[in-house]
Each structure stands twice: as structure tokens, then as C-alpha cells.
Design a protein around this ligand. Structure first.
Ligand SMILES: *[C@@H]1O[C@H](CO)[C@@H](O)[C@H](O)[C@H]1NC(C)=O
Ligand SMILES: *[C@@H]1O[C@H](CO)[C@@H](O)[C@H](O)[C@H]1NC(C)=O
Ligand SMILES: *[C@@H]1O[C@H](CO)[C@@H](O)[C@H](O)[C@H]1NC(C)=O
Length: 153
């Protein structure tokens, strides 16, 4: 007979992995970098609104078309979408010439579907331009070990 406690643990682990992987994505960059902020939906959506710290307008798609009317001046000329991918449900954007004040929370709001959060951190220094998209897999792994086997690494 299977140990019920083990099954329970297993369910808990799955649940926790789910929780962890739902956390918003964090990207690190240094000044001057270009970063891609990822956002995708299951399918085509007419309206998508990218915002910074929930206030500034970064990029809008209205009725299926790019709309720069309300774009905040700080982002002018630095944000590029990928219109050819809209039909695939890909609403990612590229932000170039990253500056310190770009740090913070980006949200990709898709009214009919969901809101995707991306956090951008600007590192003080460093040579390697990097797009580090991290779900903390080490933490997930450690969690699995603790819950399944009862030890910490
Ligand atoms: C969406 O497009 C961007 C830019 O080309 C690409 O980097 C990204 O991988 C695409 N995402 C998906 C889910 O296809
Ligand atoms: C956005 O929020 C981040 C984190 O709180 C902050 O460092 C940054 O200065 C903010 N940027 C703007 C333009 O509000
Ligand atoms: C970004 O938003 C998340 C929740 O949406 C919050 O936990 C986090 O502190 C925010 N980060 C910054 C830098 O403001």
C-alpha cells in the first residue's frame, strides 16, 4: 500500500513548484543594454497595455495596432514591439539603451486574458550585458529535497 503521507507531500511539492514558477520574472541589465520583456497570451488579442510601475505608458497595442500616442517621453524611440508576432499572441517588447530610471515593475496588461509582470533591475556596474531570466530553480530544487527527503542542502 502506498504511503498516504508521501502522496500528500508530493501534491504539496507540485503546488509549491507551481507557486514559485508563477512569481514574476526578473531581468537584470546594465545601463546601455537592450532587454526583451516577455509577454505572451494563448492567442491573438486586440488590446495590450505595457506599463511601468503601474503608471507610465511604455507601449500600447490598440485594436491590433501599435499606438504610441500615450507613450511616456522617457520611453520614446526606445521601445519596439514585434507586430509580425501579434497573431501568435506574442506581445513582448524590446527596450533599448536602458537607463537607471527604467528599473522597476513592468506589467503587460491584456484585458481579455491576464497581466504579466516583469521586474527590471539595473546593476550598478558590470561588463557582461545580460538578459537573465530567472525562475529560481535552485530554490525549487532545494524545496523538493526538503519536502521529499527531509533534508536541506
Ligand atoms: C516573442 O518574441 C520575442 C522577440 O522576437 C522572442 O524573444 C520571444 O522568444 C517570443 N516569445 C514566444 C513565447 O514565442
Ligand atoms: C519604479 O520603481 C522602482 C522600484 O521601486 C524604482 O527604483 C524606480 O525609480 C521607479 N521608476 C519610476 C520612473 O517611477
Ligand atoms: C513589483 O511588484 C511586485 C508585485 O506585483 C512586488 O512584490 C515588488 O516588490 C515590486 N518590485 C518593485 C521593485 O517595486
Amino acid at each position: 500500500m502506498m504511503d498516504n503521507r508521501c502522496n500528500l507531500r508530493f501534491a504539496l511539492v507540485i503546488l509549491l513548484i507551481h507557486e514559485v514558477s508563477l512569481q514574476s520574472i526578473t531581468i537584470e541589465a546594465v545601463q546601455g543594454d537592450s532587454v526583451i520583456l516577455l509577454c505572451s497570451a494563448r492567442g491573438y488579442e486586440k488590446d495590450v497595455f505595457w506599463r511601468h510601475n503601474n503608471t507610465k505608458t511604455v507601449y500600447d497595442i490598440i485594436e491590433g495596432k501599435e499606438d504610441f500616442h500615450d507613450q511616456d517621453a522617457v520611453f520614446r524611440g526606445r521601445v519596439k514591439g514585434f507586430p509580425s508576432k501579434f497573431t501568435e499572441g506574442n506581445y513582448s517588447i524590446r527596450l533599448s539603451d536602458v537607463i537607471y530610471s527604467d528599473a522597476g515593475n513592468y506589467s503587460c496588461k491584456i484585458p481579455n486574458s491576464k497581466t504579466v509582470h516583469v521586474e527590471l533591475r539595473i546593476k550598478g556596474s558590470g561588463r557582461n550585458s545580460g538578459i537573465t531570466t530567472s525562475t529560481d530553480w535552485v530554490a525549487v530544487f532545494q524545496l523538493v529535497c526538503v519536502l521529499l527527503f527531509g533534508f536541506t542542502l
